[in-house]
Design a protein around this ligand. Sequence first.
Ligand code: MD5
Ligand code: FE
Length: 210
Amino acid sequence: SSPAPGAVHVPGWLDPDRQRELVAACREWARGPVPMRHTRLPRGGVMSVQTVCVGWHWRPYAYSRDASDVNGARVAEFPGWLGELGRAAVAEAYQDPAAAAAYAPDTALVNFYDGAATMGMHQDKDERSGDPVVSLSIGDTCVFRFGNTETRTRPYTDVELESGDLFVFGGPSRYAFHGVPRVRPGTGDPATGLASGRLNLTLRVTGLPG
Ligand code: MD5
Ligand code: FE
């Protein structure tokens, strides 16, 4: 379904095998070379989600190859199979083979939400490219709040994102405010390999050279 122009929600897009593979890959990235951790914010706060990045390292509010705010290590390479998955996601969402073929994500942000983690309303503006963001959810269901491009307040739409769901944000939705006001503990299937919590992968195009 499409809650707004350029935004497409595809429930259950990832089959159980794919979900298990992604959980295993994220578990590996979470170990290093840059460990998954709570990102520290410049004003002294700490994000309640835990994050590990692939391809490029995001820190508030820029991308780099090295994680100078964590351990200084260079982040893991962005694997070819993840780019293929991103192109398949765009093909599914937009039913547009040319748009899918042109999609070349170079970074993935992996966010882990425990039962108490939330993400406040924000825009993703650190990428120098307006290409779509591909979002993949595994584990516990969450409430995803999809807003407008002008304010972090109403009007917004709350959408339940379940394990296996794909969401693509492109066009005018690329810069909409959005957040995760709550997760629903115990709703995920441990057969994914995730005993508890919610995992979200976002594939993005940084627009940065090399
Ligand atoms: C999440 N992550 O569920 C979300 C999925 C983040 C983040 O928000 O920044 O790590 S990405 C949702 C997204 C991306 C770009 C645009 C829009 C939503 N949108 O227009 O709503 O952990
Ligand atoms: Fe975001």
